[in-house]
Design a protein around this ligand. Structure first.
Ligand SMILES: [Zn+2]
Length: 713
């Protein structure tokens, strides 16, 4: 007998899986430098620019970095300022620490953080690792009852557990007391589950149809049968409650029954019934999205209801029924899962007069998916509204909500925005994968010298470090990468953001909620009373927030924040315009880093070419000043024929020195500040872009679009 799985995920008998496992592989939001796999069915909407000139043969290209300062340039340190507590170049302290290490546990808000000065006491490693948990006891007793293990062996296994970190089952198998089959049988009996070897089992077509491949892979289970609204799946981990939950929630199947099977057998069945896709299930998924859409297209009842609801009268019952229908659920789930897998940042559902579009954004570029039929518009928007707990009857006012999904062990948070338009509701789902994988300053495209200088700034004991740029410039990624380096048991870090984009073990993260007047200023004031060492303020957008940030810095805190400015020098002016006194700017601001993200040329199909005169003119430079060839991606398998893979950052780092302080006190203009730092060797964003261009990292179009010359600024 297979046991029905309790519908309640918080089954008291079984520990709920952790919401998030640091360090586990997980999808992330597009990171600079991290390859993303846009898997669109149509080419990117923005035309890929192919250079008009014939690309030259790939060969030696003189790589020049205009204006790179001499390497000896040391970072100015203000006289009388305490030295940085950690030397620059300290190896990054990874944000993700192994679970179970006591030192890695996040500090409770009330626990005072030890001040960093004294040498940290070596923390004892797992003081309690001799613990024999109740699960192991139950399994051990079952093995004895079944005659697979005798009492003496059981004691030895417990003994081993007390001195090692090994799991009970691993020890039993490792000592040769039992084999995998016996373990599986005992485990199944403990959990009241049925065992299946899956040797002669062939999942029914109905079962395969109802569970898409990506879900099976993510949740590590295979569907076996789907009869009378009950889905039976096989899995190897009896505690895989989250997989069963996912199936229930995402597919809307109430009754899911699980049997236990060896992991290898599950993999084999998966490969057999979903075909050999070699990991990437791209085409299969698109096919199934296409086939869901096709079936919905031909559904006469849907057509009728959809058309009716498009007109003036709204039948709430119809709407609810359509929103909850299996094909609509499945379609939305597939689209969202695909977006997560491809590290998309947003998914757009857009009604037009005669068509309906689904697009998603990867690496800053929108890709179109197979368009669903127009009459599905209200069903789709209603479905998403149901998922995000919004009022589906309200179709005239904008609404905001959120969806939380648990995908492959990672919590993925989605922000939903519904906007009524001329032709129906436009829905945008923003994917916030708050995992911290890839938050590494060394991997976001900073040149070595700039990276060194930036690290010096973020290791200062106090002061303000600003990161500036428009939305989508990667500011949050940079700041979180910096925080990951500072995040250790000796440092108390508090962040306040709107919304919290990454969730990092060890940081205290405070969300902003404007609706209840929890603004940056309010949050920041409260944070200061929590004795932090480092504070991240999502954005300084008004004088009040700026003043508290300054006060925090003056009272010995290191403050990170962002500004919405185009380059580093103009940030000074922005602060002044906000009403910040120049002497407070010079007393607190340590560094301002402006940045942009540009798409990275696929290294597999990179092709060099000699730019034409016209192209060089686009860069606002003289042809005579050209110092090398440029590159573009021809498109290949590895980049889905896009020619791009992932993104990389361009940076301009202004470091406050005595000259600058002098100029700012005297009210120097943005131009004067800019000229000054250029003379000192600070690269502009365009300079950084040109360096990337000559290195073949990005394309001319990306640089022209994302950066301007100082003259144009
Ligand atoms: Zn390629």
């Amino acid at each position: 007998m297979s046991s029905p799985v309790p519908p309640n995920p918080n089954d008291p008998k079984k520990p709920a899986p952790p919401a998030q496992q640091p360090g586990a592989p997980k999808p992330a939001v597009p990171q600079p430098g991290q390859p993303a796999k846009p898997n669109a069915t149509t080419p990117p909407l923005g035309s890929k620019s192919i250079p008009t000139s014939k690309p030259g043969t790939p060969g030696q290209v003189p790589v020049s970095r205009p204006g790179i300062p001499p390497a000896s340039g040391s970072v100015p340190v203000r006289p009388g300022q305490p030295a940085a507590q950690r030397p620059a170049g300290t190896p990054p302290i990874a944000g993700a620490k192994p679970p179970g290490t006591p030192a890695a546990k996040p500090q409770a808000a009330g626990t005072p953080a030890p001040k960093p000065q004294p040498k940290p006491q070596p923390k004892p490693q797992r003081p309690k690792h001799g613990h024999v948990d109740s699960g192991s006891k139950a399994l051990g007793q079952k093995l004895v009852d079944l005659g697979f293990l005798d009492e003496a062996q059981l004691e030895l296994v417990y003994e081993e557990m007390r001195v090692s970190d090994q799991r009970f089952s691993n020890i039993c198998v490792h000592l040769g007391y039992i084999n995998d089959d016996q373990l599986l049988q005992a485990t199944a009996e403990v959990h009241g589950m049925k065992v299946m070897t899956l040797e002669d089992v062939k999942p029914t077509p109905e079962a395969i149809k109802v569970v898409p491949r990506n879900m099976a892979e993510l949740y590590k289970l295979v569907p076996l049968t789907f009869e009378a609204d009950t889905l039976t799946v096989a899995m190897s981990d009896p505690n895989n409650l989250e997989g069963l939950d996912g199936i229930r929630n995402l597919l809307g199947i109430r009754s899911v029954t699980a049997v236990l099977a060896p992991a290898s057998a599950i993999e084999a069945v998966m490969a057999k019934c979903y075909g050999k896709g070699g990991g990437s299930a791209g085409s299969g998924e698109e096919e199934s999205i296409t086939s869901i859409i096709a079936s919905l297209e031909n559904d006469k009842a849907f057509q009728k209801k959809g058309k009716k609801n498009r007109e003036t009268s709204i039948d709430l019952d119809d709407l609810t029924e359509m929103a909850n229908s299996a094909p609509v659920r499945k379609l939305i789930n597939m689209v969202l899962l695909m977006a997560i897998r491809d590290h998309a940042s947003d998914v757009h559902f857009e009604p037009f007069e005669d068509e309906y579009k689904m697009r998603y954004r990867c690496d800053g570029v929108l890709y179109e998916m197979v368009p669903p039929p127009r009459h599905l518009a209200s069903a789709i928007s209603s479905r998403i509204k149901v998922m995000s707990n919004l009022d589906i009857a309200e179709r005239r006012l904008p609404q905001d909500g959120r969806i939380e999904l648990n995908v492959g062990g990672n919590r993925v948070d989605m922000r939903v925005s519904v906007l009524p338009t001329m032709f129906g509701e436009s829905v945008v789902v923003r994917v916030l994968d708050r995992s911290n994988v890839g938050l590494d300053l060394g991997r976001i495209g900073m040149a070595p010298k700039l990276l060194h200088d930036f690290r010096v700034c973020i290791h200062k004991p106090n002061g303000i470090v600003f990161v500036t740029g428009p939305t989508g410039a990667g500011k949050t990624t940079t700041l979180y990468s910096a925080l990951s380096e500072l995040n250790d048991i000796e440092t108390k870090v508090i962040t306040t953001e709107d919304p919290v984009e990454y969730e990092i073990d060890g940081l205290i993260q405070v969300p902003i909620n404007a609706e209840i007047d929890m603004t940056f200023a309010v949050a920041l004031r409260a944070i200061l009373r929590q004795d932090p060492d480092v504070i991240l303020v999502g954005e300084v957008r008004d004088l009040e927030t700026a003043q508290i940030a300054i006060q925090a810095s003056l009272t010995g805190h290191l403050v990170f924040s962002t500004l919405h400015t185009n380059d580093a020098p103009s940030s000074v002016t922005r602060l002044r315009d906000m009403g910040v006194e120049p002497f407070l700017i010079t007393a607190t601001v340590e560094a301002i880093q402006a940045q942009r993200l540009v798409r990275r040329v696929c290294s597999n199909c990179r092709t060099w070419y000699e730019p034409t005169r016209d192209q060089v003119t686009e860069l606002n430079m003289k042809y005579e000043d050209l110092k090398g060839k440029f590159a573009f991606g021809e498109g290949c398998e590895k980049c889905n024929n896009l020619g791009f893979k992932g993104r990389t950052g361009l940076y301009e780092l202004l470091i406050m020195d005595d000259d600058l302080r002098d100029m700012i006190s005297k009210g120097a203009s943005t131009d004067q500040l800019r000229n000054h730092i250029r003379q000192k060797g600070t690269l502009s964003l365009r300079d950084a872009g040109m360096a990337s261009l000559y290195e073949g990292l990005t394309t001319l179009d990306e640089i022209v679009r994302e950066t301007v010359t100082d003259d144009e600024a």
